[in-house]
Design a protein around this ligand. Structure first.
Ligand code: CA
Ligand code: CA
Ligand code: CA
Length: 211
């Protein structure tokens, strides 16, 4: 039988002290490739199937610019010049992206990293995103710098998270998408109750041993 000290240790470990938020990365994402403009705003490092140098080609089963950890810090006309193989994927349609996990995954928030550019070259912040069927409006930030938007309060738990970006201009430019799950951490009062319960169990166990 498990000793009481081991039981307490196991319970404390199971509660996950300090683990308030967990990032998760999808196993792959499916979408239509970006477009050609002054340069080529494709997802050229994409690891799956599809034409990496064709505008709006179906890309399936891989990962690339959107989940490589590289977040653009300058506008498209700086980050993409002159080759167009930079950190962004840029579209002249409202892209729908399906992010896939091989096993069911809980997600409570999704953060998008967009360019703003205030209309330079037809690139502006999007008017909103739809995440797992829920619409989120995005206000055009003051200034023209790249920015992030977090869709929070989600209760997704599954393998395929569908996202649609709604353009505010001719183009939408996206460089990264991050996924997080904020675990439900018991409040301190819960711990106190549990410890009191364990204390009572220990007292009972001691009494039984004494008999
Ligand atoms: Ca990236
Ligand atoms: Ca790119
Ligand atoms: Ca702006």
């Amino acid at each position: 039988m498990m000793k009481l000290t081991q039981l307490v240790a196991a319970l404390v470990a199971g509660l996950g002290f300090g683990a308030a938020s967990a990032a998760t990365t999808p196993d792959y994402y499916n979408m239509l490739n970006g477009n050609t403009g002054s340069y080529e705003y494709w997802d050229q490092t994409y690891s799956g199937a599809g034409c990496l140098t064709c505008s709006n080609a179906a890309l399936t089963g891989g990962k690339g610019d959107l989940t490589d950890g590289v977040i653009a810090t300058t506008n498209w006309f700086v980050a993409e010049a002159p080759a167009g193989n930079g950190p962004y994927v840029g579209w002249t349609l409202d892209p729908t992206i399906t992010f896939h996990w091989n096993s069911a995954t809980a997600i409570s928030s999704v953060t998008f990293y967009f360019d703003d550019a205030n209309g330079a070259g037809g690139v502006s912040s999007p008017t909103g995103v739809v995440v797992d069927g829920t619409g989120f409006a995005i206000a055009d930030p003051a200034g023209s710098a790249p920015f992030s938007f977090t869709a929070s309060g989600l209760s997704f738990n599954g393998t395929d998270l569908v996202v649609t970006l709604n353009r505010g201009n001719q183009w939408v430019f996206l460089s990264e998408v991050e996924f997080n799950n904020t675990a439900a951490i018991p409040e301190p009062g819960t711990y106190a109750l549990m410890l009191a319960g364990l204390g009572a169990m220990a007292a009972v166990a001691r009494r039984r041993q004494a008999r």
